[in-house]
Design a protein around this ligand. Structure first.
Ligand SMILES: [Zn+2]
Length: 468
């Protein structure tokens, strides 16, 4: 057997082990791990480098309709290009059901947007906004079995939020069919109340976005979601946990013996509410408007501690990009009137891994193996892609990111290769950078340039197995 490719001389790390070995690849899969592999058709010299599973980002929003006059900055082409340059080989974006529409038809629409346009492999989570009897009884169960075993539900946002009764209904379908519900936990009414009150007081700058949704609003919704999950007897995933209040609810639930999964994101490690002040409370604070909002240094420490204690299974970007200097983005005519109208979300699919690596591994807060688990392996296990994806082992897809653990880089927008015109992480210095990304054995990104082509990425049907 002649191998197609050997990655030689690197240090291979998985979620459990770190070892010096060569990696042999044939027909897009890893077929050999050995001290020395010779005679492959091609070789990549990885001396001094880390050979890690390609990142899996299980929380990205691409080409999602976001309201009248608003346009998301990334379609599937630019979003997955940015993912590839950031050391990722799989993303799981969302297929949103607009109210009044069929879920199945919505999934078909997102397939049309994605097909032939992706640089990395992709699956879809569903977003359920309208759990009609047809959705609950027929469409959702059929889609779960057909490769979409996870869906997101919202407890806030007009047009997206489900009522408590509706949450119970969808959780119950998740239980019956083995699906995983991902919950955006922030309380609808308390946020509405706060937004109205702040506007009445003339407090309309982007900074007040954070003030309108304090940690307790997230804590209350997290508790409510956990209680609903307990009533049904089903595991759920609390996504984008921002600080101490929500972390405490998750720990409380685990102590009770409930299976509650949790995710956090880079914005909760390196951004704070003060970033939303911009320059003297001007519109530039809009660059950091996302929900839940970044909090403060104490909450950042709480998130780090929770990462170290294993509270979080996954670390995702929640990439949800809107251009800043753009009428269809963060500074459109309506957005200028109040933070209420500033498109909610920030880019991060390319910055996610360097930030976690640098702040986590390079600074000694987490181990390299924990980094791999949080950035790839657990995503694959949680969302039905394991063992095809998420690890470096014989039989798995050769989805690999080769990292230089010593490389110093200052994050700037031009390195992100996305469709946005800014990065909220501009100027952050990191140590450790993904140099080469391989998707199923093919180099798709190398030394800051994309060498793959759109269409390299394939749709992944996922299954309901969740070995975690
Ligand atoms: Zn969300």
């Amino acid at each position: 057997m002649t191998l197609d490719l050997a990655i030689r001389g690197g240090t291979v790390a998985t979620a459990s082990d770190t070892t010096r070995c060569d990696v042999g690849i044939k027909d897009g899969r890893i077929v050999q791990l050995a001290d020395t592999i010779e005679g492959a058709a091609r070789e990549i010299d990885a001396t001094g480098m880390l050979v890690l599973p390609g990142g899996i980002d299980s929380h990205v929003h691409l080409d999602q309709s976001s309201g009248p006059g608003i346009k998301m900055a990334d379609d599937f082409e630019s979003g997955t290009r940015s993912a590839a340059i950031g050391g990722n080989t799989t993303v799981i974006p969302f297929a949103v059901q607009p109210r009044g529409h069929s879920l199945t038809e919505s999934v078909a629409n997102y397939h049309t947007k994605a097909e032939g346009n992706c640089f990395v492999d992709y699956g879809f989570h569903l977003i359920i906004t309208d759990p009609t009897p047809a959705v609950l009884g027929q469409e959702l169960p059929a889609l779960v079995l057909d490769g979409y075993p996870s869906f997101k539900v919202f407890m806030t946002y007009d047009g997206l939020a489900l009522t408590d009764r509706q949450l119970l209904e969808v959780f119950s379908v998740a239980k019956e069919h083995g699906a995983l519900a991902m919950v955006h936990a922030e309380g609808y009414d308390s946020i509405k109340f706060m937004v109205d009150r702040l506007e009445r007081e003339g407090k309309t700058a982007p900074y007040y976005h954070g003030v309108s949704r304090p940690g307790l609003v997230e804590r209350e919704a997290t508790h409510r979601a956990i209680s609903h999950a307990e009533l049904i007897g089903v595991p759920i995933m609390i996504v984008h946990v921002s600080g101490r209040e929500a972390v405490e609810q998750i720990q409380w639930a685990r102590q009770k013996g409930l299976t509650i999964y949790a995710e956090t994101c880079p914005q909760y490690l390196v951004l704070t509410a003060d970033d939303l002040k911009g320059l003297n409370m001007d519109m530039s604070g809009a660059k950091y408007v996302c929900s839940p909002p970044p909090r403060d240094a104490t909450n950042q420490s709480a998130i780090w501690q929770a990462l170290q204690q294993g509270v979080f299974q996954t670390f995702s970007s929640d990439h949800c990009p809107f251009r800043y200097d753009d009428d269809a983005g963060k500074t459109g005519p309506k957005a200028r009137t109040s933070f209420r109208w500033v498109p909610n979300g920030i880019p991060g699919v390319a910055a996610r891994l360097p930030i976690l690596f640098s702040e986590g591994v390079s600074k000694g807060r987490i181990s390299l193996n924990e980094f791999v688990a949080l950035s790839a392996t657990n995503h694959a296990k949680m969302y039905g892609l394991y063992p095809q994806k998420g690890s470096i082992m014989v039989g798995a897809d050769a989805d690999i990111a080769i990292w230089d653990p010593k490389k110093r880089v200052t994050i700037t927008q031009d390195l992100m290769l996305d469709g946005c015109d800014y990065t909220p992480y501009e100027g952050i210095e990191v140590v450790g950078w993904p140099i080469t990304t391989l998707l199923r054995g093919k180099v798709i990104a190398d030394k800051g340039a994309i060498v793959g082509k759109k269409g390299d990425g394939a749709f992944l049907k996922r299954d309901v197995t969740r070995p975690i």
